[in-house]
Design a protein. Structure first.
Length: 161
């Protein structure tokens, strides 16, 4: 079935997959990388954890990030970059989408809620629309096997492509 006599549904989904991948790439490229890895990300994450309205979740995040502060920002950058590459090129697409969904859920859970001290994140609602939109698109892409068209998955014959 084609839409507007131009592209098939699978091709439109491939365009959405590529677009979401480019969005993840932009997420990496817009970060001030030197500051991000030298404390900015960890400090902000720990402040959000300390002021999280669900103390148990805040303790969980603090327990994960604080002892791993030297490498945790790199994990975020590598994760976002891997998702971007995976979605843009359609490589290991289901895995890329699962990681993307995990990242978006964590970003929503940590930064998308009103902190106890509003000064920590006054704009807690501003960027959450982006994360929700990406999350919904990623779920759609995952359940529709959007790596089956215009992808390395299809060229390599992996993931049922």
């Amino acid at each position: 079935m084609d839409i507007f006599n131009f592209l098939t549904v699978s091709q439109w989904l491939a365009l959405l997959r590529i677009g979401i991948g480019l969005w993840w790439l932009k997420s990496v490229l817009h970060k001030p990388l030197r500051q991000f890895v030298s404390g900015q990300m960890v400090n902000w994450t720990l402040a959000l954890a300390e002021n999280h309205p669900v103390p148990a979740y805040g303790r969980l995040i603090r327990g994960l990030v604080e002892p791993n502060a030297s490498w945790f920002p790199y994990l975020i950058l590598v994760g976002e970059t891997a998702v971007a590459i995976g979605l843009i090129f359609g490589l290991f697409t289901p895995l890329s989408l699962i990681v993307a969904i995990f990242l978006n859920l964590n970003y929503i859970s940590l930064a998308g809620v009103r902190p106890k001290d509003i000064n920590i994140n006054k704009a807690y609602q501003c960027e959450q629309g982006q994360n929700w939109n990406m999350l919904i698109a990623e779920i759609v892409l995952l359940v529709t096997a959007a790596g089956s068209v215009w992808s390395l998955d299809s060229v390599l014959g992996i993931f049922g492509a």
